[in-house]
Design a protein around this ligand. Structure first.
Ligand code: HEC
Ligand code: HEC
Length: 255
């Protein structure tokens, strides 16, 4: 049997077909890569998860607020407690307290004293919007279910104190009150300064001129006045010493 030789036309045709298939394949790969890069791994994971479990949007928003405002850092993940004997678990509160009572506690705080010697429930009214408080209440009353991706910011390990401190500044919700980069400016209308103070700038550096002074005020907190004035929470017994050192190292890098 004689091998059939391909004519120039046929060869060109086959080449064209191969190129076409290759191009289409490349396009598909490009599209897929572009898509996965655009949606971060977080949203992609959320998309796959929500396809399985669907969560009431208010409960979901409340779960994310619970992490963002560091409720989880004092009350434990999903409000299960166990962080400090001075901070209660919230699993019972969802059944025992009405929506009105819960809203009042979140807005006005609880257990605050003029000179806090242990953690108290901070005043959030000036910091957290009414809608966010409603979502938090919905989440607590739903029994604080675990919601996909409502997890605290991870703290990078082995990359030094400054990197860890920067993550902790978000994880403990310092950023909500003192602003990104410690710039301050978050309204606190009834306080003498009308805003929550910055953790940068000459006034701050002048008053808090040693690591110890900064560490001490984070540990003890500082109550400026009664609710609805927002005060500095007491973090002693909540934030371990190595994390306090990392936070201070991070604050020292700010302007
Ligand atoms: C700095 C730590 C800390 C943070 C942050 C914190 N809490 Fe609290 N919370 C407490 C302490 C301490 C108590 C108990 C106060 C008391 O009874 O004197 C408390 C009490 C409560 C109660 C009342 C529980 C009960 O059974 O009476 C609710 C509800 C609550 N917190 C919700 C929240 C929510 C929602 C957030 C986030 C927006 C939050 N907490 C953030 C420390 C904290
Ligand atoms: C609920 C809001 C709130 C949160 C959350 C909060 N702070 Fe504060 N913080 C304040 C207020 C208000 C003051 C001012 C207290 C005063 O003037 O006595 C303050 C004061 C301070 C000060 C002293 C600066 C000064 O001028 O008085 C430092 C340092 C500080 N906070 C660090 C932190 C760190 C670190 C975190 C996170 C672990 C944090 N704060 C979380 C509200 C907050």
């Amino acid at each position: 049997m004689r091998k059939r030789e391909w004519s120039a036309d046929e060869t060109a045709g086959v080449l064209m077909l191969v190129t076409l298939v290759f191009a289409v394949g490349l396009g598909a790969v490009g599209f897929y890569v572009g898509w996965t890069v655009k949606g971060s791994s977080k949203t992609t994971a959320a998309a796959t998860q929500t396809a399985v479990v669907s969560v009431d949007p208010h409960v979901a928003a409340g779960a994310h607020d619970f992490v963002e405002f560091a409720c989880a850092q004092c009350h434990g993940l999903d409000g299960h407690g166990g962080v400090s004997p001075d901070v209660p678990s919230l699993t019972a509160a969802g059944k025992a307290l009405t929506a009105v009572q819960l809203r009042r506690i979140i807005d006005h705080g609880l257990g605050e004293s003029a000179n806090p010697t242990k953690p108290y429930m901070p005043v959030w009214g000036a910091v957290i919007s009414s809608q966010q408080v409603s979502d938090l209440v919905a989440y607590i009353r739903a029994g604080l279910p675990s919601v996909p991706d409502a997890v605290p910011v991870a703290v990078p390990q082995g990359q030094g104190q400054v990197v860890a401190g920067s993550a902790l500044y978000e994880r403990y919700g310092c950023v909500n009150c003192h602003g990104p980069n410690g710039l301050g400016g978050v309204p606190n209308p009834l306080s003498p300064d009308k805003t929550i103070p910055p953790l940068t700038g000459q006034d701050f550096r002048g008053e808090f001129n040693t690591d110890k002074k900064i560490t001490d005020i984070i540990r003890t907190g500082s109550v400026i006045g009664r609710a609805p004035i927002v005060s500095m929470p007491h973090w002693g017994g909540i934030i371990p010493d190595d994390q306090l050192a990392a936070l201070v190292a991070y604050l020292n890098t700010l302007k």
